[in-house]
Design a protein around this ligand. Sequence first.
Ligand SMILES: [Fe+2]
Ligand SMILES: [Fe+2]
Length: 301
Amino acid sequence: MPDYRLTHGVTDRRGNTLLAAGTRLTRRVMESLSSGQTTAIKTCRLLEYRQIRSDLLGFFAAAPYDLIFQETRRQEELLTIAGDVDLPEPVLESLYHFRELDFYTYRHTLLVFALSILIARELIDDRAALLQEVMAGPTHDIGKLCVPHEILAKGKPLNQAEHAHIRHHALAGYVLLSYYFQDPGILAAEVARDHHERRDGSGYPLGISIDNLMIDIVMVSDVYDALISPRPYRPVSYDNRTALEEITRQADAGTISETVARVLVALNRQTQPHFSRCVVSTECRGVPPSKNVYGLIETND
Ligand SMILES: [Fe+2]
Ligand SMILES: [Fe+2]
């Protein structure tokens, strides 16, 4: 197992410390964490949990997602697949917690989940395998529970310490999901840990290339939603065309999966071509929004 070490502690939603800062996530540590709960954790259907289904339908209806999700048959198929997704109750409570605390993360979580289903169903034929994979979609950012809200909501460049705290959400998510699913090998935990890695090794937490289809799918869905949604550090979002150009540019540069990027572009076409027949232009005509402080680090502290 690669050498993962926590930069900050991991606490559950009630504030109980699961692992302290500095802990190395060895196989033994992860197995003991996952077997630490004596009773089985109840699960519940994601779409039947409180207002999640109606919130999701509201997000589908609003621009720019209405272009992708409004086609009735596509939306019905998506809801049928999503309707089979069960999650441990504490995980659902945690997701719902964002609804009050950080609505951006709540909306982002559900839209990345929905996008990842649409992309996965183009690439995975077997229904049982598809369900196993998409179960890992809605929890990729759950580790943000362990990042102070003032950092998540900060509209100015972050300092080095705040950046490190944000990055902590990847390993924090891995720990939380291993604990709640009582299984350190579950795909959802791996996706949470690795969705900020990049194919050319430029990501985090380890800066390694990971060969895993669902991680590739969540990675692309995550970047796309981040571009087309307003963020604290960039109040004006990318328009859809410019966002897709940026996704194509990143795929060409080898940081994200070219196949997954192509599926996303095909989903955005009115004519709904199969992704293998979708011609993707590398021409960039869109203009990214100004006032973007993403990735900027304060140097005066
Ligand atoms: Fe993330
Ligand atoms: Fe994310």
